[in-house]
Design a protein around this ligand. Structure first.
Ligand code: LLP
Length: 429
């Protein structure tokens, strides 16, 4: 498994990303700085691919929302990845990165008419592989847009299986009360009454129950229900379906969590939908991993600005804040913190905070950090490659950080740090 530290070794006491010194990068690009390891992304992609039997009819569609930097999209495209999008903005990025129209799916509960048109006309009118439709109202709209464009829209219906993902409630998406997807009853009803439409092509079923999942059980329950649904649909349609999209959601270790074995996950996918399933390999299986591919491939490097005592507890104030990495403030997520220059000697439980004027701008309540870590020293927040930069914002009029991609001993700036002008670029005075 792609452990947080594997591509981030200490050499002579200094943290590196692959063969590149973090301190060197900071000297050149400043802080806060996102640094990604290309080899870590490639290894995660290949590990997922290798977990499946070679003859499985599989397409990995990377969930762009996890990290949408163009250079990362390019790395993933070169590995053969397709893309799972949720907005016209993501489609625009994927087009810039050269994403293949035959490997793109478009999910999300609120696709606008304009976004649907953009996807129908993607890559000189080739369109995309599939719209993952989340409501019957959206499907009516898709049909109307496809009719106007005189283009056949291929689509899956997103199934809400009513399964608890056993993860943080804010990243659970497949329970009965969730806003995502359609119930089995709704899907069966629609298919019974709308078997054939001139501008719509019904491909199959998609499902996604949540994110950062470590247990196999919720996936098994979901796959079981999805398999039954596909069988019912094929019986109604009297034809085989073509696609099952099993979504993303595989968790990564942030601290000491035991991650899901990819082999056992793949075995379940194959058992329900693949060569060994009742469908005997005729369904194209789509996977939509986000976090798994990039989460442990990135760190956020930041500098200690100040130290203070709150009651008796030591508090370090960093130059990165919740606007740069929202996950701790939003989900109480833990990102391990490492000093960039390893220090010997005693450590101390430390409150680690950002500079943003919100009490929730806290990275760790009790990080065990060296006592002699002081002003000007650098620390790295680990496992920040997914939902780090992609959720960053300008709150407190803070400039978005720079991003660097490292491959062995080569480092490339893949996003410049915002300038002050960028903060007011679209404002009118
Ligand atoms: N497919 C769909 C339809 C999704 O909604 C998502 C994530 C994925 C795939 C990718 O899931 P992953 O493999 O990355 O778990 N901001 C939160 C995570 C939100 C996930 C939203 N949907 C976080 O920082 O934990």
């Amino acid at each position: 498994m792609n452990l947080p530290q594997s591509y981030f070794p200490y050499r002579k006491g200094y943290l590196h990303v692959e063969g590149t010194s973090v301190e060197e990068l900071v000297r050149q690009y400043g802080t806060p700085l996102y640094v990604y390891s290309q080899s870590a992304i490639e290894a995660a992609y290949r590990e997922l691919q290798k977990a499946f039997p070679e003859n499985e009819n599989l397409q990995i569609c990377y969930a762009v929302k996890a990290n949408s930097n163009l250079s990362l999209l390019r790395v993933l495209r070169d590995l053969g990845a397709g893309f799972d999008l949720v907005s016209g903005g993501e489609l625009y990025r994927v087009a810039k990165a050269g994403g293949d129209s035959a490997k793109i799916v478009f999910s999300g509960v609120g696709k606008t008419r304009e976004e649907i048109q953009e996807a129908l006309h993607y890559q000189e009118g080739k369109g995309i592989l599939s719209f993952q439709v989340e409501s019957l109202h959206e499907l009516m709209c898709l049909e109307a847009q496809a009719t106007t464009a005189k283009k056949k829209a291929s689509f899956c219906l997103r199934f809400n299986p009513g399964v608890e993902a056993e993860t943080h409630p804010l990243i659970t998406t497949g329970t009965e009360t969730s806003k995502f997807g359609l119930t089995e009853k709704e899907i069966l009803h629609w298919v019974k009454n709308n078997a054939s439409k001139e501008y719509l092509h019904f491909l199959g079923v998609s499902v996604h129950i949540g994110s950062q999942i470590h247990q196999l059980k919720p996936f098994q329950k979901t796959f079981q229900k999805t398999q039954t649904l596909i069988q019912k649909l094929e019986a109604i349609l009297k034809r085989p379906l073509e696609v099952v999209d099993v979504g993303g959601g595989i968790g990564i270790p942030y601290e000491k969590e035991k991650p899901l074995s990819l082999k056992s996950y793949a075995k379940e996918v194959s058992r329900y939908f693949g060569q060994r399933s009742p469908f005997r390999g005729r369904l194209k299986i789509l996977l939509e991993p986000g976090r798994l591919l990039v989460g442990n491939a990135g760190v956020l490097v930041t500098q200690v600005l100040y130290e203070k005592r709150i009651l008796k507890r030591r508090c370090l104030i960093l130059d990165a804040g919740m606007n740069d990495l929202m996950r701790p403030a939003l989900y109480e997520a833990i990102h391990a913190i490492l000093p960039v220059h390893k220090r010997l000697g005693a450590s101390e439980k430390t409150l680690v905070v950002g500079p943003v004027c919100e009490s929730s701008d806290v990275f760790a309540k009790k990080a065990v950090l060296p006592k002699n870590l002081k002003e000007g020293d650098l620390v790295a927040l680990l496992s920040a490659g997914a939902y780090g930069f992609s959720m960053a914002n300008h709150y407190n009029s803070r400039r978005l950080p720079a991003e660097v991609l490292v491959h062995q001993d080569k480092a490339v700036l893949i996003r410049k740090r915002d300038r002050h002008e960028d903060l007011i670029r679209n404002e009118i005075l």
